[in-house]
Design a protein around this ligand. Structure first.
Ligand code: GDP
Length: 295
């Protein structure tokens, strides 16, 4: 995961470690390599700028160079800056209510929304809770069928209505069905499109308004870099997201979206998809991810 970013940061630290004595000038050289590693990972420019400002002020300004182990201190400073940029102490808890909790899942087509709905149902199931998946993507005929297949693979019932054309009614009926049947969590698999358009956003806003989900999540494809950040911005403007679930970080994702999305949109990452299998969803902890990136 994020191999090239890891390599880039490692070589920056290695350069510094090789120096007999650290000076402001070789510290700046090491920091430049950190900056390049972030830019090469496709991290948003504004994020890189803020990140470097933060790190440089600490590394050059606070007697780090006079300390006994300046390079270790630099690693600590970069680690803390990574934690901050990844969301600080944001936690991935779903904050389930004692009765029914409704989670609304949104995303562009192909981002991994339906797969993530299944993964989430599986994860919630491991905590002994009952989940109902709801087929609210009525845009694509195959979507309802796909959710049934996913539901079966994670032993979770799927609510769908044959021939339905109103996703709002489907969601409302599903929530009622969940209340009547002792379900703990309802996951709404809403429609996706190839691109953000007004019709899609209006449909999602209406579901949000009429069904009043407890939490709204956006699923984005981590391999799409800045596009993932831009769609998070657009969905958050329309829906006030509670969190992002970023998929496909097992692929050759460079990490730009992962490092940019919270800082650019203010929306924390809650879960990450790390395989196409149903057990490939991990709760996201900024501190653990920062340690993983720094190896
Ligand atoms: P949707 O259109 O947003 O509902 O997307 P799907 O759930 O159908 O997923 C699109 C493709 O991405 C499928 O082939 C999934 O197996 C794949 N996929 C989803 N999440 C992940 C992930 O975390 N890692 C990998 N490698 N593939 C994923």
């Amino acid at each position: 995961m994020l191999d090239s970013l890891q390599d880039g940061l490692r070589s920056a630290f290695k350069t510094l470690r090789g120096q007999g004595r650290l000076t402001e000038s070789n510290m700046r050289e090491g920091l430049k390599m950190v900056e390049n590693a972030l830019l090469e990972a496709d991290v948003s420019y504004s994020v890189v700028k803020d990140f470097m400002q933060n790190v440089t002020d600490k590394a050059i300004g606070q007697d780090v160079l006079k300390s006994l182990k300046p390079e270790q201190q630099l690693v600590g400073i970069v680690q803390q800056a990574l934690i901050d940029i990844l969301g600080g102490d944001s936690d991935p808890s779903l904050h389930l209510k004692p009765d029914v909790t409704v989670l609304m899942m949104c995303g562009l087509q192909g981002a991994g929304k339906t797969t993530t709905c299944g993964k989430l149902a599986r994860l919630i199931g491991t905590e002994g809770k009952k989940t109902l998946l709801v087929a609210a993507d009525l845009q694509r005929p195959a979507a309802v069928q796909q959710l049934h297949i996913v539901g079966e693979s994670v032993n979770t019932p799927v609510y769908s209505e044959e021939g339905a054309s109103d996703p709002i009614a489907v969601c409302q009926n599903a929530v009622k069905h969940a209340r009547d049947n002792g379900i703990d969590v309802v996951i709404l698999d809403t429609a996706g499109r190839l691109a953000i358009d007004e019709e899609l956003m209006n449909q999602l806003k209406t579901i949000d308004l009429k069904v009043q989900p407890d939490q709204v999540y956006l699923v984005v494809d981590g391999m799409t870099g800045q596009d993932a950040v831009n769609s998070a911005k657009a969905f958050n403007d329309a829906l006030e997201l509670d969190g992002v679930m970023m998929t496909k970080l097992d692929g050759d994702a460079r990490g730009g979206a992962l490092l940019s999305v919270k800082h650019v949109t203010g929306v924390p990452i809650k879960f990450i998809g790390v395989s196409e299998h149903m057990d490939g969803l991990e709760p996201f902890h900024p501190d653990r991810m920062a340690s993983r990136i720094l190896g």
